[in-house]
Ligand binder design. Structure first.
Ligand SMILES: [Zn+2]
Length: 458
């Protein structure tokens, strides 16, 4: 993905459909496509685009050498003969591919989807619309409105609802992503809690893939693949270069006792996934006290809520599964200024996550210190796994902002702990801290009275 110049087309390429013609108007410099077979991701390819459109035949010739082996491997797993080649007509479409056949339509776990939002009603509605296309029988949705400055979201979700699924609205009186998630946890009815952000669009197969990963493994937590919804600006390409959100196209399982190639395991929690696409067994999440309220976007700690939860899954002896078939697309910010804030915020969140983990699990100090030297190499080294996607044009400024953020992280977390000290978080045993009860200083008068589950009656 190095060396791309915006605008780049981002999209899907199902191999078992006729291939499309790309770049009608010569607008894009390249296309970055998620190649799928039987609706499962095979990998991503980049197609360079010039002024002239790419015909389906040309596309097939370009794609096949890059993805043919992967397709053959999948067909072998499915026990079907591998295709010899790809043509403009696409591969044969199977009514019931072996990899999805035999899955029970009934008896799948009920899932509650939590979406935290703050003053981005349009973006939230786009996300909710994508949930209407989910091909999953049993799910409901809880929208957690995080200390909103306006009533726009509450009004948009009041009254008659166009969504084909049950939706509840709760409000957290204090800002903070973890507080919003904990507030929503009290409303969870499903066996599984799937958490995403208001600036994504989920794939129709998202929940089914998450559910299958839970059913087929002993997972406590399952994370999924996050791809860009668009790559119209250079800043959006930078988000991807900075490490992006993608974590590859193979299912991976992480456990405390595993023989892991990285000396930093399990502290490189960013490798496990990201908070915009994560799911937990509801019992585990509630039983372990939910998320650390002093972490997450909207707090001084700016992030770290997801990573701290992933680490807790591993250190408590649980299993974390990364499942790329659980795919969704995230709308990265378009402007460079947003990227500068993101880089600093990401560093702060990383420092805060380690601090939060130490506060809830002081026993981690020894293992953390033993990894200090490889950790520095991981953070700073140009060739490290973390930084390998960055090319020469990756702004040094962003690198330094992230490092500065990392150093500031523990202090930011300390400040956040003080600010959120009335929200207890033990990291184990306690019921999720309830937010939204009472009005915090600085919030608009009257928000408290609409507090938790204000939307129950909606
Ligand atoms: Zn298959």
């Amino acid at each position: 993905m190095k060396g791309l110049v915006a605008p780049v087309m981002a999209g899907d390429l199902p191999l078992d459909s006729p291939l499309p013609r790309l770049n009608h108007h010569g607008r894009y410099t390249a296309a970055r496509l998620l190649v799928r077979l039987h609706n499962r991701p095979m990998g991503e390819i980049v197609v360079p685009l010039a002024q002239r459109p790419v015909t389906p035949g040309q596309l097939a010739e370009h794609v096949w050498p890059q993805i043919g082996d992967r397709v053959a491997k999948h067909c072998a797993e499915d026990g079907i003969p591998p295709p010899a080649r790809l043509t403009a007509a696409g591969l044969v479409r199977l009514a019931e591919p072996p990899c999805t056949a035999g899955r029970p339509a009934a008896g799948r776990p009920a899932i509650t989807v939590i979406i935290a939002t703050r003053d981005r009603t349009g973006s939230l509605l786009r996300c909710l619309t994508s949930l209407s296309r989910l091909d999953y029988p049993a799910f409901d949705v809880v929208v957690a409105d995080s200390a909103p400055r306006t009533e726009t979201t509450a009004r948009a979700l009041a009254g008659e609802q166009p969504w084909p699924y049950p939706l509840r609205y709760v409000r957290a009186a204090r800002p903070g992503l973890a507080v919003a998630h904990n507030t929503a946890l009290a409303q969870v009815t499903g066996e599984i809690v799937a958490i995403t952000d208001d600036d994504v669009e989920v794939d129709p197969g998202w929940l089914a893939a998450l559910a299958d990963a839970f059913t087929e493994s002993e997972a406590t937590c399952v994370t999924g693949l996050i791809l860009p919804a668009e790559l119209e600006t250079q800043a959006q390409l930078l988000v991807e270069q900075a490490g992006g959100y993608g974590r590859g196209f193979n299912r991976r399982t992480f456990r405390r006792d595993m023989d892991f190639p990285s000396p930093l395991f399990p502290f490189t929690a960013g490798r496990f996934g990201s908070g915009a696409n994560m799911a937990f067994r509801a019992g585990w999440l509630a039983g372990s006290g939910g998320f650390d309220p002093a972490t997450g976007a909207g707090t001084p700690a700016r992030g770290g809520d997801d990573l701290a939860a992933f680490l807790r899954v591993i250190t408590d002896g649980g299993t974390l599964v990364y499942e790329p078939a659980a795919v969704l697309r995230h709308w990265h910010r378009r402007g460079y200024e947003g990227m500068r804030r993101l880089a600093f915020g990401y560093g702060v969140g990383l420092g805060a996550y380690l601090s939060s983990s130490l506060c809830t699990r002081p026993g981690l100090l020894g293992p953390m210190l033993r990894r200090a030297v490889p950790a520095a190499r991981h953070l700073l080294g140009a060739g490290s796994v973390r930084n390998e996607n960055r090319d020469d044009r990756f702004p040094r400024e962003l690198v330094w902002r992230e490092r500065a953020g990392f150093v500031a992280g523990p202090f930011a977390y300390a400040a956040s702990r003080r600010r959120y000290r009335d929200f207890r978080h033990t990291g184990s045993g306690a019921a999720p801290a309830l937010a939204g009860t009472g009005t915090a200083p600085g919030t608009a008068p009257g928000t408290g009275e609409h507090s938790v589950a204000a939307g129950e009656a909606r």
